[in-house]
Write a protein of this length. Structure first.
Length: 290
């Protein structure tokens, strides 16, 4: 067993949380679920499967996770960030346990890729496999302060790469997925407006991530509004081979690469022409109706 605490942020994740926690059995010394007002059985299921449950109001993901680092009594050497719809495989658990137990003093993180399942199918194409740091030494890492797409910052040291992948399975229906896209679009808009104002608070020094964000803000957002969503869909679905994943690949790339990106542009346009203050950020499902 690794000297590791897994931190899982939840709200209404009764469909996913048991499998997530069970996937860490024998690997994580401690599992902490930070719940933000679930109205279903998430908390009860988490406790029944051996996790500790802490309640805390949600504003945005990075703020919630960084709060959890400081306020959940984590005393293990390593911390793991994991979402309720993600699972560690036995092979990944074994590999990470070996990596952590034999880590050199300057190793402060472990990065890995995900196998992403959508509508019951593993998506193998479209460039969807992104590597990110999931495990880091306590006191040596945190999440960058972004409203959307926050990645782990290593304050010092270096990370090593795991060969095995974790799995992303969300068993909720498309209605939940579509509603979540709107929830994410508000946060993406706020990050974009912060970037334009020169107030982007990201300090991530990961070279690959810096290149990705340079392309995003220096290339994608320089393309014409609304047209760029269509161009992104064509690139991911056609040129990156997303069409090879059949109907699930079509549905995923339409919503993720076209509809979601179009919605972000619509939110940006709405802000420009209608004005208004910054929307208050809450947990998914607690958004004020507009």
């Amino acid at each position: 067993m690794a000297d590791l605490t897994a931190i899982i942020l939840t709200r209404n994740e009764e469909a996913n949380i048991a499998r997530c926690i069970d996937s860490l059995r024998g690997f994580a010394r401690r599992v902490v679920v930070v719940d933000s007002g679930s109205t279903d059985d998430t908390a009860a299921i988490a406790r029944a499967h051996g996790a500790e449950v802490v309640e805390h109001p949600f504003t945005y993901y990075a703020a919630q996770f960084n709060w959890a680092i400081e306020h959940t009594g984590a005393a293990t050497e390593w911390l793991l960030r994991l979402d309720a719809d993600e699972r560690f495989t036995p092979a990944l658990c074994a590999e990470c346990e070996a990596l952590l137990s034999g880590a050199a003093a300057d190793v402060t993180g472990v990065s890995m890729e995900a196998d992403f399942y959508f509508l019951g199918r593993l998506l193998r194409h479209g460039g969807s496999k992104r590597r990110k740091i999931m495990i880091f030494r306590r006191g040596h890492g945190a999440l960058e302060d972004r409203k959307r797409d926050a990645h782990t910052i290593l304050l010092d040291g270096r990370y090593v790469r795991a060969k095995h992948r974790f799995e992303h399975h969300d068993v909720k229906d498309l209605g939940d997925y579509i509603a979540r896209c709107n929830w994410y679009a508000i946060r993406e808009k706020q990050d974009y407006l912060a970037y334009l104002a020169g107030a982007d608070e990201s300090v991530n020094t990961d070279a690959a991530l810096q290149r990705t964000r340079k392309r995003k803000f220096g290339l994608y957002y320089r393309a014409p509004m609304f047209l760029r969503a269509w161009l992104w869909f064509v690139y991911k679905y056609i040129f990156c081979g997303g069409f090879l994943d059949g109907v699930p690949g079509l549905v995923y790339h339409f919503f993720e690469c076209y509809w979601y990106r179009f919605l972000v542009d619509a939110r940006i346009y709405e802000q420009r022409v209608c004005g208004g203050g910054e929307e208050p950020l809450t947990a998914f499902g607690q958004e004020a109706r507009r």
